[in-house]
Write a protein that binds this ligand. Structure first.
Ligand SMILES: CC(C)(COP(=O)(O)OP(=O)(O)OC[C@H]1O[C@@H](n2cnc3c(N)ncnc32)[C@H](O)[C@@H]1OP(=O)(O)O)[C@@H](O)C(=O)NCCC(=O)NCCS
Length: 158
């Protein structure tokens, strides 16, 4: 169960507890408000991504993940596109290094596996490459710029 005082969506998906982190999966309707809040804080305010690049038309098509620590609001988010691409991984600055990003990533990989996908891919910010390598992702292309930030394609088998 998600913490009672958290801003959890009504229609829950599934817990994926890991080191006290609670993850739920759901639709954009259920999770968009909280995902948007975290993404705005991390990508727009902290990283300087233009706000018009942050929300795109694929959000309603994605499975979204939100993560909570035992108390307080959701602190992390990520999404899985229909084609197996994982993206918009964002953990509030004050919650980094506590396993939130790992729990989100593993839940999204599990969701892809359960719907029959054999592989997931993502565009990692170059600084986060070692984080994704921990979970089996390998580099699958040359670095490129997106929104002024260096990225690199990575893939992991499921
Ligand atoms: C990248 C991000 C999602 C990782 O989330 P997190 O909650 O801090 O990750 P975790 O706590 O699960 O980290 C798991 C391990 O990976 C390590 N790790 C996390 N981010 C790392 C990074 N950028 N580089 C190297 N190692 C990293 C952690 O130190 C931890 O190691 P430990 O188990 O030895 O302590 C988070 O730092 C973030 O949101 N950053 C800002 C937005 C961003 O860059 N998103 C990625 C877009 S591709």
């Amino acid at each position: 169960m998600a913490p009672a005082d958290a801003d959890a969506p009504g229609a829950a998906a599934e817990p994926a507890g890991k080191g006290g982190v609670e993850v739920r999966l759901g639709s954009w309707d259920e999770m968009g408000a909280q995902a948007r809040r975290i993404r705005f804080e991390v990508f727009v305010v902290e990283q300087g991504v233009p706000v018009e690049m942050e929300i795109d038309s694929t959000d309603p098509l994605c499975i979204h993940a939100l993560a909570w620590l035992p108390t307080g609001p959701a602190l992390g988010t990520g999404r899985l596109l229909p084609d197996g691409h994982i993206g918009r991984m964002a953990v509030a600055r004050e919650a980094r290094g506590l396993g939130v990003g790992s729990a989100l990533l593993l839940s999204l990989m599990d969701a892809a596996r359960r719907r029959g996908q054999r592989e997931v891919e993502l565009f990692s910010q170059v600084h986060a490459q070692p984080f994704y390598q921990r979970y089996g992702f390998v580099v699958a292309g040359a670095p490129f710029d997106d929104a002024g930030i260096d990225h690199i394609a990575m893939r992991a088998p499921l």
